[in-house]
Design a protein around this ligand. Structure first.
Ligand SMILES: Cc1cc2nc3c(=O)[nH]c(=O)nc-3n(C[C@H](O)[C@H](O)[C@H](O)COP(=O)(O)OP(=O)(O)OC[C@H]3O[C@@H](n4cnc5c(N)ncnc54)[C@H](O)[C@@H]3O)c2cc1C
Length: 442
């Protein structure tokens, strides 16, 4: 789809709404604030960083601390090179505080529509919020996805999505089947194997590329950054050569080397698996590789090689959907896979003033990408704001001085304004920080 770099300017009277208080949304809000543009973050849960609060306990960033910092605030050295999940949450809390971001929690945006030159957001409690621009940062991993497995509805065994997995304790002594060999499935299988499960099997449909998190101190992420712009066939070849040196051959254990190149796979949406324990677990037999799941029957799981197994529990690490259709499905801004047709500073031609961040899955690291896109989006919106101020000035002569406020540092609203705005469903300016009143939540 064609996009336009020349959009109508931001309406000076309305804030920019950022939907989602994860790292992507917070980064954009901070970058906007840094340019004097008022941004209000709407977060459906009761705190920032909701995704990271819900991830499994042992998770650490597999991208380095330095390369995962968001604009305007480093992660402290005390977090170490591979930042623990809880420290990511702490960082995001600190980030919102440090940049004095306006975050309204407990407000879910259900739909967005264009109205004149502005955007109208429909949100929890019947709110109708008017924004000069909107940034959608609702997350790549929005809604857990399960394949349409035959027999799933009648399956008598225990089955959960990886999103619900926190630690191996509930699985102690159990025979567990993990489905899906992406980063999440690989790590959960290793976690279960080291955490007391009696037997762990990993069902693999497409053999993943497995890379070491570091080789001789050099992080895989840095390689990802270096090769990012190279042609796909070149990266595929480089990846194959590196794999021969750096990744052990697990063919004898059921994990042959992939027959599709690393960059080709990434184009198809699958980034390589960073090894944080799977290789050792497979080599030692603590994790057994089995064929892909084809369906369910009674209490059994049917595998692609014709075998049937009856594990005590199934953990489906089968990915997520972006689930953007209810929000922007009517606007013609999604591709056939449900992903936005643009990211960063570009808006869809049909939707000037609508931006997306966090819907790509680069091998160079998502946090890094979110940080880069935040600056690009903020720059584009600030430019539009400056243009609006200039146009208003030209149109209104001396009276236009008010309009130029859009490029000035935002004023912090008074607490009374905040409460009033949140309580009024028709509010055009929603809030400064804190929770929406409980009575109004959906
Ligand atoms: C297990 C796992 C490990 C990862 N590890 C790394 C890593 O090591 N390094 C890296 O760079 N990346 C990593 N990622 C990828 C990515 O960086 C994270 O998923 C990151 O949290 C994405 O940030 P985000 O802000 O785009 O989305 P999210 O963090 O998912 O935030 C989206 C926010 O939007 C809110 N929201 C959703 N819909 C609405 C709505 N309609 N209205 C209001 N609010 C809404 C959600 O509650 C949520 O808080 C990992 C991802 C996963 C799943």
């Amino acid at each position: 789809m064609v996009t336009t770099p020349h959009e109508p300017p931001v309406h000076p009277a309305h804030p920019v709404y950022v939907i989602g208080g994860g790292p992507g949304g917070l980064a954009v809000a901070a970058a906007l604030r840094g340019r004097g543009v008022r941004a209000v973050v709407l977060e459906k849960s009761d705190a920032v960083g909701a995704s990271w609060r819900a991830h499994y306990d042992r998770l650490r960033l597999h991208t380095t601390r330095r390369l995962s910092a968001l604009p305007g605030l480093k992660m402290p050295r005390s977090f170490g090179r591979w930042v623990a999940r809880a420290d990511v949450v702490r960082y995001l809390e600190k980030y919102a505080e440090h940049h004095e971001l306006e975050v309204v929690t407990g407000v879910e945006v259900h739909g967005i529509e264009r109205s004149g030159g502005d955007w109208v957001l429909h949100a929890t409690g019947g709110r109708r919020l008017v924004g000069g621009a909107v940034v959608v940062a609702t997350g790549f991993n929005h809604t857990p996805s399960l394949p349409a497995w035959p027999g799933l509805d009648a399956y008598e065994g225990e089955l959960s999505h990886a999103r619900a997995y926190r630690s191996p304790e509930p699985y102690a002594g159990k025979d567990v089947l993990v489905v899906g060999a992406g980063n999440t499935g690989a790590e959960i299988a290793a976690d279960l194997a080291g955490g007391g499960a009696q037997r762990v099997r990993l069902a693999v449909r497409t053999v993943p590329h497995i890379v070491r998190r570091t080789t001789a101190g050099w992080p895989a992420q840095r390689t990802g950054i270096l090769v990012r712009r190279l042609p796909v066939p070149v990266v595929d070849r480089l990846g194959a050569v590196m794999a021969r040196f750096a990744a052990p051959d697990l063919t004898a254990h059921g994990l042959p080397r992939p027959d599709t190149g690393l960059a080709t796979r990434q184009r198809q949406g699958a980034i390589p698996v960073q090894d944080v324990g799977l290789v050792d677990a497979v080599r030692s037999g603590k994790v057994e590789i089995v064929a892909a799941v084809e369906g369910f029957e009674g209490g059994e799981v049917l595998l692609a090689d014709g075998s049937r197994i009856a594990p005590d529990a199934v953990v489906a690490a089968t990915g997520y959907r972006r689930a953007l259709e209810p929000l922007v499905g009517d606007l013609g801004v999604l591709d056939e896979r449900g992903r936005p047709v643009v990211h960063g500073a570009r808006c869809p031609r049909e939707a000037p003033g609508l931006y997306f961040t966090g819907f790509t899955n680069p091998i160079s690291g998502m946090f890094r990408e979110l940080a880069i896109d935040a600056e690009k989006i903020a720059r584009a919106i600030a430019r539009r704001g400056a243009r609006a101020a200039k146009d208003a000035k030209a149109a209104k002569g001396s009276k236009a001085s008010d309009a130029s406020k859009v490029t000035e540092a935002p004023e912090v609203p008074k607490a009374s304004e905040v409460t009033e705005a949140l309580e009024a469903p028709e509010a055009a300016t929603p809030a400064k920080t804190s929770k929406a009143p409980k009575a109004e939540r959906a």
